[in-house]
Write a protein that binds this ligand. Structure first.
Ligand SMILES: [Zn+2]
Length: 469
């Protein structure tokens, strides 16, 4: 391995505010095209933007969670370019005085990835391309949806590190409630900058940028492909050209979109329609006090106060829907360890990645407490849980109706065991003659006689009492 890959990521996250960044149109992804629009977000002449305070709150909240410096005097700039999805022909963004700078995010192995800056901007509309050569339609519902762009330093060294960083960043944004980060809906997307250099070289190589990648899978493959392509070029005696490339995940290839582009090309200038934004001490403190528990704080609490192990903690905290379910169950009085155990072994296998759990926490808590009180067997518990999951049945009603409660009266169990012993004299004498296997057979017959509704360990110990005297 002579070559080192150097990666920087620019992550765009759509904020989950109720309204857009510069107007009061709703932020919605399921409405009919062009129904959530107004003069401001469609760039009508004379329409003026007014900043959504929630966007500032969310940007600062994220900046604080990433350990950034919050710039108390910040402002917006115009990024000028023409494209049909951008009706004003400029995007309101931040270049000269971004709201947050100089943070970091820790990834696996304790490595810290620098955050160069975080800034606020507006999203563009969406082009809906028809068949090749046919019409293209434009939906402006997304125009003016608030975005934060989080720009990392070029501190990442492999596709794996990039995915680790993105995974943690996504978890963080979800946990602090600023974005739902649904990559399939485009609410989290990344521009990937890749360059290569020989190990030990201090200077960075020439980089290329791949824009708007919206799946971890595509990002990983794009980095690996681009790194390989650049190494091949350099080893073949050619040079890497600075350019923007388009990643085609279907063909697993990247293509040139346009060559070198600098800030100059966008003719940035301060946005004249918005005043300087001043963030007061009070405002900053208010945002701090409203910030929910960060992922690392949550993990520490799970380990130290709830007594969960490392593995369970990491797994639950990898997914906000698991966190919500877990905390609800614990709030309802369930034992945290039992909850983690059942959640991760029995519930998780029934839920798709990132899906909400369609199970009532109340039903879940009822089932695991019935099992731990030995009122139903563990296997009955699992079966009832599946029913509650898929059909929403009421656990107690279902268990009662189907006669699944365990027999808890010891004299009833003993009566049944005595009958089994009488009916299986051969196995009994084999067991007494030292054959362990015969004992297992007797346990099996006993469980059968009890209809599976007794605690197997209790049956075992009662049998020993009856047979070993
Ligand atoms: Zn609007």
């Amino acid at each position: 391995m002579k070559w080192e890959t150097v990666i920087g990521l620019e992550v765009h996250a759509e904020l989950s505010t109720a309204t857009k960044i510069f107007c009061s149109c709703p932020v919605s992804f399921r409405e009919k095209p062009n129904t959530c629009i107004c003069e401001v977000c469609t760039g009508m002449p004379g329409a003026l933007p007014s900043l959504n305070e929630k966007v500032v709150d969310y940007a600062v909240r994220t900046g604080l969670a990433l350990g950034c410096d919050i710039n108390r005097h910040t402002r917006f700039d115009r990024k000028n370019y023409f494209y049909p999805d951008l009706p004003k022909a400029y995007q309101i963004s931040q270049l000269y005085a971004p709201i947050c700078t100089n943070g970091s995010l820790e990834i696996g192995g304790g490595k810290r990835i620098g955050i160069h800056e975080l800034h606020m901007e507006e999203d563009a509309g969406k082009l809906l391309h028809g068949e090749e050569g046919k019409k293209t339609l434009i939906d402006y519902n997304r125009a003016g949806v608030p975005l934060i762009e989080i720009v990392s330093e070029p501190d990442l060294r492999s596709a794996e590190e990039a995915i680790d960083y993105l995974t943690r960043l996504r978890t963080l944004l979800q946990f602090i409630g600023v974005s739902d980060c649904k990559m399939q809906e485009g609410s989290l997307r990344a521009d990937v900058n890749v360059s290569v250099r020989r190990y030990g070289e201090a200077e960075l190589g020439t980089r290329t940028e791949m824009k708007n990648l919206n799946s971890f899978h595509a990002i990983k493959r794009a980095i690996e492909y681009e790194s390989r392509r650049q190494i091949d070029l350099l080893e073949g005696g050619s040079a890497v050209t600075q350019q923007t490339r388009r990643w085609d995940d279907r063909l697993a290839k990247s293509y040139v979109m346009r060559s070198k582009e600098d800030a100059m090309d966008y003719k940035y200038f301060p946005e004249p329609d918005l005043p300087e934004l001043i963030i007061s001490e009070d405002k900053l403190n208010k945002i701090k006090s409203e910030t929910p528990e960060l992922p690392e704080e949550k993990k520490r609490r799970y380990r130290n106060e709830l007594g969960l192990g490392e593995y369970d903690t990491e797994l639950i905290c990898s997914d906000l829907s698991l966190v919500r379910f877990f905390e609800k169950a614990v709030d309802l009085g369930a034992d945290p360890k039992q909850t983690a155990n059942w959640l991760l072994s029995e519930v998780l296998r029934m839920v798709g990645d990132g899906e909400e759990i369609p199970l009532k926490a109340e039903s879940f808590v009822k089932i695991i407490s019935l099992v731990s009180e030995n009122k139903i067997s563990r296997s009955t518990g699992k079966a009832v849980l599946e029913k509650a999951f898929s059909e929403g049945i009421d656990p107690e009603e279902y268990i009662d109706k189907n006669n699944l409660f365990q027999i808890s009266d010891i004299s009833d169990i003993e009566k049944a065991l005595k009958r089994v012993i009488e009916e299986n004299p051969k196995s009994v004498s084999e067991y007494r003659g030292g054959k362990e296997k015969a004992f297992k057979y007797i346990v099996g017959q006993s469980m059968k006689a009890l209809g599976g509704k007794a605690d197997a360990r209790l049956v075992g110990s009662l049998l020993h009492k009856l047979l070993d005297r």
